[in-house]
Design a protein around this ligand. Structure first.
Ligand SMILES: [Zn+2]
Length: 502
């Protein structure tokens, strides 16, 4: 076994040397460090995507763990380690929805649906279908709740109200509206109806500009007491028409497996100058084959590993740890475990934790189809309230012309939250963070395919991450923490895209 791993690593090392090349971007005289090309980074995304559905505990996710471990080894990282974590593995086996009017019980209509993750397993559940909203949930005792789950359209003027700073040279964000992958109930679509006594839940997906029921929400790994099904908007219309005709009963079948299985976080290290650390991470699992969520994050972390491995140790600004955590789609299991096991290091010795999620292409609905556009999805950079850190992020956003960028606060978005809605959540406030994330509407859908990758962003995002690490060369874990302020900033933030980066 060990021999085969070493052999694979050797092959990968040969491949890495052949595949790597300098990007077109001017490196400002940096000493022959290797920035992977768009083709290399996209090639990693393709390879991960092609393994199939990468949910926690699925074979494709297990493959991704070994694959990233082998790449870390081949790139020359040290202390490459698989850290065991427990994840809830959810797999739907069969599901269906049948409805009928009680006065014509032989006239049964089957409506297509998809099983709601982490909802209850039932062989067959009969009940009256009752339309419900979050404000009117009192009449649900013993009923199956039928709920319209309205996806959020977020005007960027609203995002701007939260943002610390933005980079929008064309001024398009003034009128831009982004469709998010969530409704206002986020990861708790059925909870109010469970509380009101519902025995089953049917959620109609409203607001996506294409017809889909393949919606992997919730993903908090909390086992629900009742079964749930997602309906596409058109199938929801069919159901509502039937209900309008008179009292309606339904039968939900939902057979699924839910078991605790072993998964792993993957880490590797490149020692640098000094005693402090920079952590660069993403997650290796996803809801489907998921090109954006987060094969793209895996590839962006690999790009960092390859780049910094090509920089001589004494020229690396800090010790570098590369992290690909598991169980993102199972309640953030890997992230929780990593932070719990490394709390002192994160709280005291980490200069910054940089998380890279979702090199996404914006998509639009065209005649009921989801079509990628040429534009990147709106970019959020959740950044700790630290002037030098914010400045480093703003500078590189300008330098790399990362349009549609908002520097976002590490807390308060969405309103009331004490962490960013990203995989960096548990690093804040222990350590300074820069958490790059986009939230395209297809993020939890089967439609997150390779055409959704915004290839023109792959190298600029890689260079931006390098810029941020370089900008912190003269900082320490202590010096950044000493600058933490409570908003608002004393002076407005702006970028200073002066000389080429070193
Ligand atoms: Zn992600």
């Amino acid at each position: 076994m060990r021999r085969s791993i070493c052999y694979r690593a050797l092959l990968l090392a040969c491949w890495a040397i052949l595949a790597a090349g300098c990007s077109d971007d001017d490196q400002g005289g940096a000493p022959r460090a290797i920035v992977p090309t768009t083709e290399t980074i996209y090639g990693w995304i393709e390879e991960v995507f092609e393994q199939g559905v990468r949910r926690p505990g699925y074979p494709a996710d297990d493959w991704a763990i070994e694959w990233t471990r082998d790449h870390f080894v081949a790139m020359g990282l040290e202390q490459v380690t698989l850290h065991p974590i427990d994840v809830e593995r959810w797999q739907p086996l069969s599901w269906s929805l049948e409805v009928w009017h009680p006065d014509t019980p032989a006239d049964v209509v089957t409506i297509p649906s998809y099983a709601m993750p982490f909802s209850a397993d039932v062989e067959a559940l009969d009940g009256e279908l009752v339309l419900a909203t979050e404000d009117e949930t009192t009449e649900l005792d013993g009923a199956i709740a039928v709920v319209e789950n309205q996806i959020i359209d977020l005007p960027q003027l609203a995002t701007r109200a939260f943002a610390t700073w933005e980079y929008d040279p064309s001024g398009e964000l003034q009128t831009h509206v982004q469709t998010l992958p969530f409704s206002a109930s986020f990861n708790q679509p059925m909870e109010p109806y469970v509380e009101a006594g519902a025995i089953g839940f049917i959620g109609i997906l409203r607001g996506f500009p294409w017809d889909t029921d393949r919606y992997y929400v919730p993903y908090d790994a909390e086992e629900r007491p009742i079964p749930g099904l997602w309906l596409s908007s058109s199938n929801g219309d069919r159901l509502l028409q039937i209900i309008e005709q008179g009292p309606t009963r339904g039968r939900i079948v939902l057979r699924r497996e839910l078991e605790t299985v072993r998964s792993y976080n993957v880490t590797g290290v490149l020692p640098g100058a000094g005693d402090d650390w920079v952590i660069i991470g993403s997650h290796h699992d996803g809801p489907w084959a998921s090109a954006v969520e987060d094969a793209s994050g895996i590839a962006l972390v690999l790009a960092q590993a390859q780049y910094w491995a090509s920089v001589p140790r004494e020229q690396r600004p800090h010790n570098l740890m590369f992290l690909l955590n598991g169980g993102h789609m199972a309640g953030g299991a890997g992230l929780r475990s990593f932070v719990a096991n490394n709390r002192d290091l994160i709280a005291e010795d980490v200069v910054v934790e940089i998380h890279l999620e979702h090199a996404a292409r914006e998509a639009r609905g065209v005649d009921g189809e989801l079509v990628p556009t040429d534009a990147p999805e709106v970019r959020w950079w959740f950044t700790s309230f630290i002037p030098d850190l914010e400045q480093a992020v703003a500078d590189t956003i300008c330098r790399r012309d990362l349009i549609r960028s908002f520097i976002m606060p590490p807390e308060g978005f969405p309103p009331g939250s004490s962490n960013p809605p990203t995989d960096a959540a548990f690093f804040h406030p222990l350590s300074p963070i820069v958490s790059f994330l986009t939230a395209p509407m297809y993020l939890f859908d089967e439609q997150d395919t390779l055409d959704k990758i915004h290839q023109p962003s792959l190298v600029p995002l890689t260079l931006a991450t390098i810029d941020i690490v370089e900008a912190l060369r003269d900082q320490t874990a202590a010096s950044l923490r000493a600058q933490i302020y409570q908003p608002p900033r004393a002076t407005p933030l702006d970028c200073t895209p002066e000389e080429d980066p070193q």
